[in-house]
Design a protein. Structure first.
Length: 201
C-alpha cells in the first residue's frame, strides 16, 4: 500500500470513528435530557416491538393525551383488541398493518400524519430505541411542520450493560441507525421492496 493510500485509509478510519463516537454521544445526550413535559398531541404513535410500548400507548389514550392512536404494526386481531381496550374512550384507532422494521414504522406512520394533517405526535417506544426511532421519524417528516414528542417506555438506566452490551444496547442502536437509513434509501429508490425486512428490525 502506497503512503498516499495509507494516509487516505487512516483518515477514513479516523473520520468513521469520530462520527460513530459523536453519534453515540448525541444518543446519550438525547436520552439524558428527554423529559416528558408536554403530554398532549393530535396523535399517539406506538412503534410496536413490545407489549409494554402498546400498553403505554393505551394508557396515554385513556388519559386523553390524544384522540387518535396508531400502533405500527397491528394486524386485524391486534386492532380489534385495541378497540376493545379503548371502548368508551374518545380515541379513534387508525390501522397500520404493514411495517416490518423501524424504518417502515417511521415511513407508514409519517404517511398517516400527512394524510390526516396532524401537527403533533407523541412517539411511544422503548427508551433505548427512542433516538433511532425519533431520527427516522423526523427524516420521514422532513419539511413538514410536525412536532414530535418523545415518550419512552421502560426504566431508563445508563449502565455499562445498557450502553454497550447486548442486542438492545444504546451502542448497537448507533450502527443500527445507519443500517436503517440505508434500508430506507434502498426502499425509496426501489432496490428493496417495502415489506422486506432489509438489514434489521
Amino acid at each position: 500500500m502506497s503512503k498516499t493510500r495509507k494516509k487516505i485509509f487512516q483518515a477514513t478510519i479516523i473520520l468513521i470513528a469520530s462520527l460513530f463516537i459523536g453519534e453515540f454521544s448525541l444518543f446519550i445526550h438525547f436520552i439524558r435530557f428527554n423529559n416528558r413535559k408536554k403530554i398532549h398531541a393530535d396523535l399517539i404513535a406506538v412503534f410496536a416491538g413490545s407489549t409494554l410500548r402498546v400498553k403505554e400507548g393505551i394508557s396515554l389514550a385513556r388519559t386523553g393525551a390524544a384522540h387518535t392512536l396508531v400502533v405500527s404494526p397491528a394486524n386485524q386481531k391486534k386492532l380489534l383488541n385495541l378497540k376493545k381496550q379503548l371502548k368508551g374512550i374518545n380515541c379513534h384507532v387508525i390501522p397500520e398493518p404493514n411495517a416490518v422494521s423501524t424504518c417502515e414504522n417511521a415511513y407508514y406512520v409519517a404517511k398517516i400524519v400527512k394524510r390526516n394533517n396532524f401537527k403533533s405526535v407523541i412517539l411511544v417506544t422503548s427508551w433505548w430505541h427512542m433516538p433511532r426511532s425519533y431520527l427516522l421519524f423526523r427524516l420521514s417528516l422532513l419539511g413538514d411542520n410536525v412536532e414530535i414528542i418523545p415518550h419512552e417506555t421502560g426504566k431508563r438506566v445508563l449502565s455499562f450493560k445498557n450502553l454497550f452490551s447486548g442486542h438492545n444496547s444504546l451502542f448497537s442502536e448507533v450502527w443500527k441507525l445507519w443500517c436503517s437509513i440505508g434500508e430506507c434509501t434502498l426502499k425509496k429508490i426501489g432496490v428493496l421492496e417495502m415489506g422486506s425486512k432489509g438489514f434489521l428490525k
